[in-house]
Design a protein around this ligand. Structure first.
Ligand SMILES: Cc1cc2nc3c(=O)[nH]c(=O)nc-3n(C[C@H](O)[C@H](O)[C@H](O)COP(=O)(O)O)c2cc1C
Length: 376
């Protein structure tokens, strides 16, 4: 499987009828050709080429079929056509989301975006741990900077909800001011803003999850938001102690932000890992992250209750794992690593299986299943 499979829809799930047989056939040939060529590249160049192809030729991709209304959910002041989103880090620079929406995502989180453009860490920065259905990344917030990203979002009409994930420049003298600046420019263009204090690849960034720093950060952002209606979500790490999670829940409630994204990649290396390069530095994502991120998600639902919105991310690779996140308290679910191993047809399969789970359990819509496994 190749990085390219992240953006090339599985043809079985696509409705050719909306675009006519010829355009569907033509795009299938183009995709097959592109897959064959991209398989020759290592992960990061393949990823960049994929994003480039999606941003320049996404027009030719057929649109995924319309979602069953039972998959729709109203949260964060928006109606999401379905609960499945693309996690931050794929479309870092908001250059391919119009093509990515065609795969059937209900939302796409662009970013992480920092105030100034930066290259990120040197060397090889993405490793596939095939034996573990996992990925290690140590990108370090490579991105085009907030002004370029803002100009891209400004130009386009969106097919779904766009979240924008913001962060601080590595060499910034005032990281909290970086979040303020990125928020101020990007929030008017966003369906929600995700405050990323949990990347393991920018030194000391995770310290912003500590009580005092988080208090100042959230206070600053809530003040910058003023009368703007844009929802604020904090994206946290899965590597936090219970006491730290207590503090975060208290700060979220005190600041009056809308909720959490749980979780980013982990610095832990579960003993189950089999891949020879699993000991290298970086954040681990994919299947080995599922259990720990879902446990943190459930714990935060218990702490915060149903009033706060949780987005569940980490190791989702099927309808069953997406549904478990929803039952643990997630109103929305995001995926990234599983797309690398299962291809973009996964989005349609997850949605189909979610409908089957709703029917099996007697729920009339996704909202009814949210938090079903968490006792009030
Ligand atoms: C290559 C790569 C780059 C990522 N970049 C970001 C990022 O810029 N900002 C962020 O908040 N999360 C980033 N993430 C983390 C994902 O958004 C997600 O939280 C994590 O991968 C767990 O989901 P998964 O197991 O479905 O991949 C990145 C993940 C990967 C694999």
């Amino acid at each position: 499987m190749n990085m390219f499979t992240e953006v090339v829809p599985g043809t079985a799930e696509l409705s050719l009828s909306q675009h006519g047989r010829f355009s569907g056939f033509r795009s299938e040939i183009m995709m097959d050709l592109a897959v064959a060529l991209l398989r020759l590249l290592p992960p990061e160049p393949a990823h960049h080429t994929t994003v480039w192809l999606a941003s320049n030729f996404g027009y030719f991709l057929p649109r995924a079929k319309e979602d069953d209304p039972r998959l729709g959910i109203e949260v964060l002041g928006h109606r999401f056509a379905n609960p499945i989103g693309l996690a931050a880090g794929f479309d870092k620079n908001a250059s391919a989301y119009h093509a990515l929406f065609k795969m059937g995502f209900g939302h796409i989180e662009c970013g992480t975006v920092t105030p100034y453009p930066q290259k990120g860490n040197p060397g090889t920065r993405i490793l596939r741990l095939r034996e573990d259905s996992a990925v290690l990344n140590r990108m370090g917030f490579n991105n085009d900077g907030m002004e370029v990203v803002a100009s891209r979002l400004f130009r386009h009409i969106h097919d779904g909800i766009i979240g924008i994930n913001i962060g601080a420049n590595r060499d910034s003298g005032d990281r909290i001011d970086d979040y303020r600046a990125a928020f101020t420019l990007l929030a008017p263009l966003a369906g929600y803003v995700a405050v990323n204090v949990s990347s393991p690849n920018t030194p000391r960034l995770r310290k912003l999850q500590s009580c005092e720093a988080l208090h100042v950060l959230l206070e600053t952002l809530v003040k910058a938001r003023g009368d703007m209606k844009v929802p604020l979500l904090l994206k946290i790490a899965p590597d936090l102690e219970e006491a730290e999670l207590d503090d975060i829940a208290a700060e979220v409630a005190a600041a009056g932000i809308e909720g959490l994204i749980v979780s980013n990649t982990t610095e832990a290396r579960p003993s189950s890992l089999k891949s020879p390069r699993s000991g290298e530095s970086g954040g681990l994502s994919g299947t080995p992250l599922f259990r720990m991120s879902t446990d943190v998600l459930r714990g935060m639902r218990v702490r915060l209750g149903p009033k706060y919105i949780l987005i569940g991310v980490g190791g989702v690779n099927s309808g069953a794992t997406a549904y478990e996140k929803i039952r643990a308290g997630a109103s929305l679910v995001q995926i990234y690593t599983a797309l690398i191993y299962h291809g973009p047809g996964l989005v349609a399969r997850i949605k189909r299986d979610l409908l089957a789970y709703l029917e099996r359990d007697g729920f009339s819509c996704i909202a009814d299943a949210v938090g079903a496994d968490v006792k009030p």
